[in-house]
Design a protein around this ligand. Structure first.
Ligand code: FES
Length: 113
């Protein structure tokens, strides 16, 4: 059996692309434009040839649906909320490349019980 190793990313960003039926009480990140956020990450990471350093994965619900679009960055354990495509360049520059989370885009700590 041949097993190909893959490079370990410096950081891994997960974007919630969860969808739910219209009128669902929790709503969803998909209904808040999550696909456009994912696309913005993918375009910039590709255009700057950053996929060798940073991994990007779409995922299901991360929990705080009312705060969508949400994203998690590992290994930092940092969650962003209310993201739009316009927020992506600052997250890539300041957090992924620079190691400093973008404070104004972090989810409010009071979301955690
Ligand atoms: S649907 Fe995105 S956090 Fe729940």
């Amino acid at each position: 059996m041949i097993f190909s190793k893959i490079p370990k990313p410096e950081k891994h960003i997960f974007i919630c692309l969860q969808n739910r039926p219209a009128m669902h009480p929790r709503g969803s990140c998909a209904s808040k434009g999550a696909a456009a956020v994912y696309e913005a990450f993918a375009r910039q990471l590709e255009s700057e040839k950053l996929f060798a350093r940073f991994a990007l994965t779409n995922c299901g619900c991360l929990g705080p649906c009312m705060k969508g679009t949400t994203a998690m960055v590992y290994p930092d354990g940092v969650m962003y909320a209310g993201l739009t495509p316009e927020d992506v360049p600052s997250i890539i520059e300041q957090h992924l490349k620079g190691g400093e989370p973008v404070a104004e885009l972090l989810i409010s700590p009071d979301v955690w019980g």
